[in-house]
Ligand binder design. Sequence first.
Ligand code: PAF
Length: 287
Amino acid sequence: METLHEIPALRARLADWRDNGLRIGLVPTMGNLHDGHLALVEAARARADRVVATVFVNPLQFGPHEDLDSYPRTLNDDARRLSRCGCHLLFAPSEAAMYPHGRDAHTVVEVPGLSAQLCGASRPGHFRGVTTVVAKLFNLVQPDLAVFGQKDYQQLMLIRRMAADLCMDIEILGLPTVREPDGLAMSSRNGYLTPAERARAPALFRTLQELAAWVAAGTPPAQAERDAAQALSVAGFEPDYLSVRRRADLAPAGPQDTALVVLAAAHLGRARLIDNLELDRIVAEAH
Ligand code: PAF
């Protein structure tokens, strides 16, 4: 596997592949790769002739008091893991290569509305940073296919919207969340958990499963959300949100909506964890 850090070298290699008619898959990451990321690479490999993974801890998507400085940077390990799973090219640019005029002077891409709710409400500007860097990576790589994890459910929806709105001719593939044996969604931020917190962490997914079961059984979403938040607090979390939304647009679930997703974000010690679960609610016919 080749590792490149500079944009001109990346463009040259990609032009070569494109001239040879090769189909290109892209897996954007912030590094500190776990099995969830590698599943994205494997899915890209199965659908493309060449796979480009990117590792870039994107400063634009971190708030002023967030974990940009302490975010784990493990490029050598990441390169080894990517190479072992058949990735063809790792692009790991510097901040100067990505934002030559500085973080605050860069053109931004923002999806209005959808980016302001849920995680966007607690992390203002976060999704503007995500869509800006992903748009930039899409323009650099011009992949046929890009693969993302469904753990970042709202992010995936925003990227799909951005690509559709800006007529980016890229297939966006979302893959199911990869979980630890006890149900905890794999995340680079799980590394922030102390052993005691790690033991409590699976309660996030268990609570989502309970919330989904209550809603599927007919409990009004607002009541189910309150009960689930209470259960999560008892388990030692500080809930940010637990919300029942429509899968189509992430609007709050109305009484007639059937295709739903429950989403949660909660703090546990230093870590802010997110997770989600799709469910189908059976709505009784009104006579
Ligand atoms: O999901 C992530 O790791 C990041 O948000 C992404 C998509 C790589 C953009 O920096």
